[in-house]
Design a binder for this molecule. Structure first.
Ligand SMILES: [Zn+2]
Length: 138
């Protein structure tokens, strides 16, 4: 049976995956301009300073948009369709692509409040997913 691809952390992204393993959503923060950034990079996208440091984010966000995948583009996802691919605006001001879990695709609503959770996908890797925040109407 085909399996989903599993990310392989590198030197730059390792803190992201180390945090996820511990249940923390890690983002890079610039000490020069106080800006947050994602995806992982070597320089701040706001001021280009090489002063990015890893910090735990709040894990809170809102659903910006989503698409429902019905086609199997990779055999590892054959058992997962239909699934959502969602863009989540994090409270820190960055946008992350993930999946919203714990809610039916038909109940996804743009603007719904979400919180990070972590999915163990094997090989000691956990990846952030998002679920409706406590109190969010579904
Ligand atoms: Zn900066």
């Amino acid at each position: 049976m085909a399996v989903k691809p599993i990310p392989v952390p590198d030197e730059i992204s390792a803190p992201f995956f180390d945090g996820a393993r511990d249940g923390r959503l890690m983002l890079q923060h610039c000490s020069a301009c106080d800006g947050w950034s994602f995806p992982v990079r070597e320089r701040c996208p706001h001021c280009f300073a090489a002063k990015l440091q890893w910090r735990a984010a709040s894990g809170k966000g809102t659903l910006y948009t989503f698409a429902i995948m019905h086609q199997v583009m990779n055999p590892g996802f054959a058992g997962a369709v239909p699934y959502n691919v969602s863009q989540i605006d994090l409270a820190e001001g960055v946008r992350m692509i993930s999946n919203v879990v714990g809610v039916a695709n038909s109940d996804l609503r743009i603007g719904m409040k979400l919180e990070a959770c972590f999915d163990d996908i094997g090989e000691n890797i956990r990846v952030p997913k998002f679920r409706p925040a406590a109190g969010e109407n579904q």
